[in-house]
Design a protein around this ligand. Structure first.
Ligand code: XMP
Length: 513
């Protein structure tokens, strides 16, 4: 199987580590992240062609602060240290650090001072960079030259060009840094001499070959949700192992307007011949949820019921040895903190692996979300599947606040359908992370014609986000909001008021329950 070039990123705990990895991949080079507690063998086994040391929150040299593994410098590959990474290089190679008299956070103006490989094509003019430092390098190690400064920082960058070791105190991976992409590309292509070989086509070829080899003659089950990750896994495995793949779609009765029908129709259309087990379990789910108001209890009931239904269906299929999952790279990285401690173990269909004793096939575990979308498009999936907004596993049950009933679900479905229609027709669907309606468990007074009404409230939750860890409410134009509100109040029976949620995450969350 073809091996691709690899840039190894050693994570010292910076909030921007994933961003570094993405910038490298965007340049067409495969990157992977290892926590700074990794072993020398893990670093060697990664066979890096270049290494980037991330920033981090610690103070270099303090007790307990992460240190630099000697193997990083012994391998002889180009190294780029960013922020903490720069200070660590200086400290390890015999330079000195000090507390800067002026701390710089945010934008700073960088003046390139020396003809350095990182600045090729950028010129000698000053430009804006994103800086965050308390400590700074005060004396460079032997062999290094100062390559840039700012008003408050004489040593904002340094390099030992002979050994191909580069260090910057600012963050080239952050969008606010001008020429950041150019610097990273200079490091990859001009300094490390790498050639682009990370494309989604090459990924698909490798992933198909791996899945075939892994599955052998056994059958594989996959839980389909209609979401992007499981859809792309299905398309990839359908291509790789065809009839050995069995997709199970559990219809919980908690999907959006016409969603179950649309998902099933799309799968039949775009993956003809796919083994699709459509399990209609609405009665079971709604029966168990009847009268339950507590959000956590709702989630637990739905989670357990899902496993029960999935398990039963999977047992009706012969010769199953594998469970396929849509785990993506951020899930893998989030399972470890930079210091190597497992924070949360991720699996998309909670608890299934233990109960079913199946081995996992996770073909997307190397990919970021934007890469998953690119693979989906490359495999011929349509935009409407590839660009669907995320939808929570417990479905509309956590958007009908309080007790869930068929009637309240039907009301929410109609209101939400209007939100989806308007977002799509105005072009806002693709611009926001997620947009949906929430049915509140309260009634308010209104007036319709000459009559007083006492009816339900719908809240609109429309947010921008990059990874759902943080989110901000979307500034939709007045006329779009106006149309959504007027349509919901006139077309959905039982709703006489629409409100817009203007809370950000944190401290709020995206979903209301
Ligand atoms: P919160 O509400 O935590 O949501 O800000 C963050 C993102 O995750 C989705 N979400 C879920 N997805 N199972 C899922 O598969 C869940 O239980 C769940 N809860 C929230 C939510 O829609 C948002 O995109």
């Amino acid at each position: 199987m073809k091996e691709h070039r690899t840039v190894l990123i050693i994570d010292f705990g910076s909030q921007y580590t994933q961003l570094i990895a993405r910038r490298v991949r965007e340049a067409g080079i495969y990157s992977r992240i290892l926590p700074c507690t990794c072993t020398a063998d893990q670093i060697r086994e990664a066979k890096p062609d270049a290494i980037i040391l991330s920033g981090g929150p610690d103070d270099v040299g303090e007790p307990g602060a992460p240190t630099l593994h000697p193997v990083v410098l012994e391998l002889g590959v180009p190294v780029l240290g960013i922020c903490y990474g720069m200070q660590l290089l200086a400290h390890t190679l015999g330079g000195e650090l000090g507390v800067s008299h002026t701390r710089e956070y945010g934008r700073a103006t960088l003046a390139p001072q020396a003809n350095c490989g990182l600045w090729q094509g950028i010129g000698e003019k000053e430009f804006t960079v994103w800086m965050s430092h308390g400590n700074t390098v005060t004396k460079m190690p032997q062999g290094f030259t100062a390559t840039a400064c700012t008003k408050d920082l004489p040593l904002a960058a340094m390099a030992d060009e002979a050994r191909k070791i580069y260090a910057v105190q600012f963050h080239p991976e952050v969008h606010h840094t001008e020429n950041g992409t150019c610097m990273i590309q200079n490091f990859l292509f001009r300094i490390a001499g790498l050639e682009k070989d990370w494309t989604m086509t090459s990924f698909i070829d490798t992933a198909i070959a791996q899945a075939k080899a892994q599955a052998g003659n056994s059958n594989v089950v996959l839980g389909l949700s209609g979401g992007i990750d499981s859809t792309v896994v299905a398309a990839l495995l359908h291509k790789a192992i065809g009839p050995q793949l069995h997709c199970i779609f559990v219809d919980t009765g908690l999907m959006r307007h016409n969603e179950a029908e649309e998902v099933v129709a799309a799968f039949k259309k775009y993956m003809p011949g796919l083994n699709l087990h459509h399990v209609k379990a609405q009665d079971l789910f709604l029966g168990r949820l009847a009268g339950v108001e507590n959000p956590e209890e709702k989630r637990k009931i739905i989670g357990h019921s899902f496993i029960e239904v999935f398990d039963k269906e999977a047992h009706s299929i012969e010769n199953v040895a594998f469970l396929a999952q849509g785990t993506v790279y951020p899930d893998v990285i989030e399972s470890y903190s930079a210091k190597g401690v497992v924070i949360k173990s991720h699996h998309n269909v909670g608890g299934l692996p233990e109960t079913m004793k199946l081995s996992l096939i996770e073909p997307l575990r190397e990919l970021f979300k934007d890469e998953v979308r690119a693979v989906g498009l490359e495999l011929g999936l349509p935009e409407e599947l590839v660009w669907r907004h995320p939808f929570p596993g417990p479905g509309l049950a956590i958007r009908v606040l309080g007790a869930v009933s068929e009637e309240r679900l039907a009301t929410l479905r109609l209101a939400d359908h209007i939100v989806q229609q308007e977002l799509r027709s105005t072009g806002w669907y693709r611009k926001v992370w997620q947009g949906f309606a929430v049915l509140l468990p309260l009634q308010t007074v209104g007036v319709m014609g000459d009559a007083r009404t006492y009816e339900n409230v719908v809240a609109l939750r429309i947010v921008n986000s990059v990874d759902a860890m943080t989110a901000d409410w979307a500034r939709l134009p007045d006329d779009v909001l106006d149309r959504i509100s007027s349509r919901i109040i006139s077309e959905v029976k039982g709703i006489n008021r629409v409100v817009y949620d203007i809370s950000s995450k944190p401290p709020s969350t995206i979903e209301w329950e």
